[in-house]
Design a protein around this ligand. Structure first.
Ligand code: PLP
Length: 394
């Protein structure tokens, strides 16, 4: 009989041949400025641990204490028996932190997008979506059954054009964009997107996964950054990046949040966040509300690193956030560069097609408040050495 799974081997081989196979590195240490990766100690330029909270003593202590009181798992979906007072507290604290009417927490940012989009639009409706939006927005959009109309990346004029052309065909419309785009580190022009959306009778949704803990006063996110409080209907966020834990959140209009408690499928059919996760997230909110210090350090590190990289002659693209692409262009060169950096003790991922367009391969450096000045100096020296050796800079 034919091997019914033979195709998988062929597909995997095709990935290897094209240089697109994911080789997954394994960490043997907590997150931080330095990591043990595949047995080697390396400077970490890869993680979304923007504020260094992933191994912060206050978060660890909060998780331990909560586990002693509440145990480990919620043992139910939130709508049956999985909502503990801790979950309700986190919902409330996040609403206050983000300056919105209400918030609801879910298992991850990915499931938050899968909850929101199908709850708000369906077959008779349209989603107007930035062409570079995150995979979870794309999947949530497909699940909703709505017609997906893409507009040019960060281009409010193009959004206005497609809304004018097509809005009339649909019952409801929703405009959705990433706040910070994770491959280029650019920020959506949200005030202009709001202006266009508000003229078109459309719901406005922003995914603030890379903005929370990074943008706005004390890390309150993109809506605060642009002072658009009350104008964005719904925000999706994650606890897996700056918050250093794992989990998702939907924040915004109280009616939308109420509707998700009734109709958000990952809320209704997948168990709640675990006790230590929720408790650690609450400690993260405490820390952020008490002090801007970590957010300020993140930005000071970002500005220093970018300035020095540019002085060395590197092209850091159009980033305006701690996400720092080091543009190399050629796919093979990016792979080679990343490998040489790893050998020099610096862990920085090469990002290439199909994650970014062909010919725009880069190393992506993720700056963190956890980096000390000497860590950054060490990374810059490795970039200088490898860049000269490979002829990227002179
Ligand atoms: C990382 C990310 C997500 C997914 O968040 P998780 O909590 O890791 O599932 C969703 N949207 C955007 C824009 C992201 O960058």
């Amino acid at each position: 009989m034919a091997d019914k799974l033979a195709w998988i081997g062929e597909e995997l081989q095709a990935l290897r041949d094209a240089g697109l196979y994911n080789h997954i590195r394994t960490l043997g240490s907590p997150q931080g400025a330095w990591l043990q990766v595949d047995g080697q100690r390396v400077l970490n330029f890869c993680s979304n641990n923007y504020l260094g909270l992933a191994n912060h003593p206050r978060l660890l202590a909060a998780a331990e204490e909560a586990m002693r009181k509440y145990g480990l798992g919620p043992a139910a979906v939130r709508s049956i028996a999985g909502t503990m007072d801790l979950h309700v507290e986190l919902d409330k604290r996040m609403a206050a932190f983000k300056g919105v009417e209400a918030a609801i927490t879910l298992q991850s940012g990915f499931t938050a997008n899968l909850a929101v989009l199908p709850a708000l639009v369906g077959k008779e409706d349209a989603i107007f979506s930035d062409e570079l939006n995150h995979a979870s927005i794309i999947d949530g959009s497909r699940l909703s059954g709505a017609t997906i109309v893409r507009y040019k990346h960060c281009d409010p004029a193009d959004l206005q054009r497609v809304l004018a052309e097509r809005r009339g065909e649909f019952r409801r419309a929703l405009v959705v964009t990433d706040g910070v785009f994770s491959m280029d580190g650019d920020v959506a022009p949200l005030p202009e997107i709001y202006a266009v959306t508000s003229q078109a009778d459309a719901i406005l949704m922003v995914d603030d996964a890379h903005g929370e803990g990074v943008l706005g006063k004390g890390g309150r996110g993109i809506v605060d950054h642009f002072d658009l409080h009350g104008k964005v209907d719904v925000e999706v966020g994650t606890f897996s990046k700056a918050f250093g834990v794992v989990g998702g959140v939907v924040a915004g209009n109280a009616r939308i949040v109420e509707w998700l408690r009734q109709r958000g499928r990952p809320f209704l059919f997948s168990s709640a966040m675990t006790v230590p996760d929720v408790a650690a997230c609450l400690a993260a909110v405490d820390l952020l509300e008490e002090s801007n210090e970590l957010v300020e350090r993140l930005w000071a590190n970002t500005e220093f690193f970018k300035k020095e990289m540019q002085a060395l002659g590197f092209d850091t693209g159009k980033s305006v956030t701690p996400i720092t692409p080091v543009m190399l262009g050629d796919e093979q060169l990016a792979q080679k560069f990343s490998k040489a950096m790893f050998e020099a003790g610096v862990f920085a991922m090469a990002i290439a097609f199909p994650t970014v367009p062909r010919g725009t391969a880069r190393l992506r450096v993720m700056i963190s408040a956890a980096h000390s000045n000497s860590d950054l100096e060490h990374g810059l020296q490795a970039f200088a050495d490898v860049g000269r050796k490979l002829g990227v800079i002179s």
